[in-house]
Ligand binder design. Structure first.
Ligand code: ZN
Length: 433
């Protein structure tokens, strides 16, 4: 069984819009009241109130506030659970010594939405080529909301349903989306694979991906264009008085630009990962490590200049989020196409330090962009060499029968795991600051 989440844009009419906004406000009120109750009880009596205390109080609250009834008891419970999860994360962060971040009161304008945790109280019906209708509630007062889109698992019933609300950053119009979770048998998920390539790839900053055969997938232009634009806006906002009209205007432009970047990035990564999964039988890359995220900022700077640090920081932020996204998307797409995804252990393998020709360790700093092996004389672009190393590593671990490819694999040398201060590729944030 696989889990798939599908999101639809919905188009409520004026009356439905009003109802949805009322419900959202009531959910936000419940969330805030529950938060207030927890804070009050702790301050006054040192008592911790649990999720179950609050859930058990719901029926009594509904008697006093009949307007809560049409929202559905499970949806109300889910909002209380959301608060509970916020507290759990707060306590977890205290334990691990992170910045705690106490759960906050949320205005209904900023409340993200509400959720039906099971198939009760709603239904999503698909019809025609791209049409769908979302029913919320039951009986005569049920809302029948028009939705757009179609998912390919028409005969399965979704398990839960989340309604998400946001205001459009520029127009201020309220926009609603519904997202449902489906449990799909692995067979039903399957997609056709058109190619049988084996590729090693190294995700990077200069290029989105470097392949073992020397091909490079460039980062799309918007990454290079939008980052300086965003930096300029942020700089301009820093000169405004906080809370002033212009400050707010600029904040909205920044928010909208962030949204544009996020959309384009998601779209780009979807297309590329789909292409990879569809054409390859084996994809090898490095396992994603959080330390990797801060790795490449320095390497991306070819001409050091003014504000390099700020700009590279922004670039890094934009790109590293994409790296996690690419891994996540590849992860589920390969199960659909039956592709094998090999995630090499970076610490052990050291793909950027290892020679793909003779498997010996060749130390280099981040600034050295070419791999030149003193042992065997191999000379390759640095990223192509790493991509080759992870590909060979995949062949060692998953020899493909009948292809003879396994014969080309190199054994791990005994020196593999030795640590080495000069080749540290993962500068901590403290070093960068
Ligand atoms: Zn070599």
């Amino acid at each position: 069984m696989e889990r798939r989440k599908v999101t639809f844009k919905i188009y409520p009419n004026a009356h439905q819009r009003q109802t949805l906004e009322d419900w959202l406000r009531l959910h936000a009120e419940l969330y805030n009241a529950a938060l207030q109750e927890r804070i009050g009880a702790y301050r006054k009596a040192g008592i911790s109130i649990s999720y179950y205390d609050q859930q058990n109080a719901l029926p009594a609250i509904k008697q006093n506030r009949p307007e809560l009834v049409p929202l559905g008891s499970h949806a109300l419970q889910e909002t209380l659970r959301r608060l509970d999860r916020a507290f759990q994360s707060f306590f977890r962060r205290i334990k691990t010594g992170d910045k705690p971040g106490f759960p906050r009161f949320k205005s209904s304008a900023r409340f993200p939405g509400f959720c039906y945790p099971d198939p009760a109280g709603w239904k999503l019906m698909q019809h025609g080529k791209r049409g769908a209708t979302l029913r919320l509630g039951s009986g005569k007062k049920a809302l029948m909301i028009r939705a757009r889109g179609k998912h390919r698992f028409a005969d399965l019933t979704p398990n839960d349903c989340t309604l998400m609300h946001r205001r459009h950053p520029r127009t201020g119009h309220s926009e609603w989306q519904v997202s449902v979770t489906l449990r799909v048998p692995t067979m039903t998920c399957a997609r056709e694979r058109t190619g049988h390539e084996s590729v090693g790839l190294d995700f990077g900053v200069e290029h989105w991906a470097n392949f073992d055969d020397g091909r490079q997938e460039n980062n799309p232009r918007w990454v290079r264009e939008q980052a300086p634009k965003l930096a300029a806006l942020q700089k301009e906002r820093a000169r405004k008085r906080k809370g002033s009209h212009r400050y707010r205007q600029l904040s909205e432009r920044i928010r909208s630009l962030h949204g544009t970047i996020a959309n384009k990035r998601r779209d780009f990564i979807h297309k590329k990962t789909t292409e990879l999964a569809r054409t390859c039988k084996l994809i090898a890359t490095e396992k994603l490590q959080t330390a990797n995220m801060s790795r490449s900022a320095r390497g991306s700077i070819e001409k050091p200049g003014k504000k390099v640090r700020q700009k590279s920081g922004l670039n890094r932020e934009i790109l590293s989020a994409g790296l996690a996204m690419a891994h996540q998307m590849l992860g589920y797409k390969v199960t659909e196409t039956g592709t094998h995804l090999h995630l090499a252990n970076t610490r052990q393998l050291k793909p950027s330090q290892r020679c793909s020709g003779c498997w010996s360790i060749v130390r280099k700093t981040l600034a050295m962009r070419t791999h030149l092996c003193p042992e065997c004389g191999l000379s390759l672009p640095r990223d192509q060499n790493s991509a080759l190393v992870v590909l060979y590593d995949a062949w060692v671990h998953h020899p493909l029968p009948g292809t003879g490819e396994a014969a080309r694999a190199k054994p791990l040398a005994a020196t593999a795991a030795k640590s080495n201060s000069m080749t540290r590729e993962t500068p901590t944030t403290a070093n960068l600051a």
